[in-house]
Design a protein around this ligand. Sequence first.
Ligand SMILES: Cc1[nH+]cc(COP(=O)(O)O)c(/C=N/[C@@H](CC(=O)O)C(=O)O)c1O
Length: 401
Amino acid sequence: VSRFEGVPMAPPDPILGVSEAFKADKNDLKLNLGVGAYRTEELQPYVLNVVKKAEKLMLEKGDNKEYLPIEGLAAFNKATAELLLGADNPVIKQGLVATIQSLSGTGSLRLAAAFIQRYFPEAKVIISSPTWGNHKNIFNDARVPWSEYRYYDPKTVGLDFEGMIADIEAAPEGSFVLLHGCAHNPTGIDPTPEQWEKIADVIQEKKHMPFFDVAYQGFASGSLDEDAFSVRLFVKRGMEVFVAQSYSKNLGLYSERIGAINVVCSAPDIADRVKSQLKRLARPMYSNPPIHGARIVANVVGDPTMFGEWKQEMEEMAGRIKNVRQKLYDSLSAKDQSGKDWSFILRQIGMFSYTGLNKAQSDNMTDKWHVYMTKDGRISLAGLSLAKCDYLADAIIDSFH
Ligand SMILES: Cc1[nH+]cc(COP(=O)(O)O)c(/C=N/[C@@H](CC(=O)O)C(=O)O)c1O
């Protein structure tokens, strides 16, 4: 009898499992609005032109494939901190930022979780309700206790700001508050600048530690600086901050697994000590990170022409999604006789729309209309074309009523 008798079949991942089901569907009407991955108007995956350009240069240069240091490619770590905080941010010059390249956003979050588990064993993380599906898995597997703070208000299809502040206030002093830097996943609802000020106030008052997950910088509004507003606000206040970054969406490097964990500290020697302990955690976890994606980011950001081309392509991607949002809203408003207010679709930002469809209604979207989406009612507009908006509107209206 096998030693693995006791190993049960794991359930499919709520997000990545949707893509598997989509692939298995033979109906040519099928639409994959599950995974947050950008598609063109022709519904094809998109490799940015600036990435192809950088890779061509890299190939000509003939770089070697030696191990990177545990903390990753130095040129990438410099570029990623400057992109996040602004190249002229004093905290960079003062050596207050500990940056470790890691396995994209997920790996960066997991490395930070391991650090929290080791150095703050009594602390807990509070995460938004709802949040990205993998956040709970990451903290569970890192043995970091978490609880939720109110975020989405189904009545207003907006932010439950009072509830959010109350729950952050009520959390034990010194909790880690996980915040989406921009383009909240799955709701697409972000705090206003004034609300970010209040969130920073309550976090400072309670001596909590802000922990930003920045997976869409530049992709949400089209502007790298605009999308970094919340992080830069907290740093400007002199707060110590964790920030996980990902280049999966904004540079389309999904499977290159390139991201970073940044810890802004209050003194250079503290940053050095924090960095040394993050390295000590990374070494037994994966030893050192993959070089290819790091070189692409460093080359693109390091060359003013390519950096400009990247910003242009980011604006185009963000622009296409905004157009699709508008078209979906127009189709729903034109077709739906119920008088339902669909304007929440226009108020949401980033690649997702949180439709309010419940599980049974989401199942109907898939079973009857071959529209694949996550069961929390989230649809990825990045997987939608203008041409398919009428069809999707029909499916949503049929599923709601
Ligand atoms: C908020 C957030 N944080 C981190 C990640 C991790 O991305 P990485 O590729 O590890 O850098 C994702 C990915 N979100 C999409 C894909 C996924 O679930 O992995 C999604 O929500 O569909 C996020 O949406």
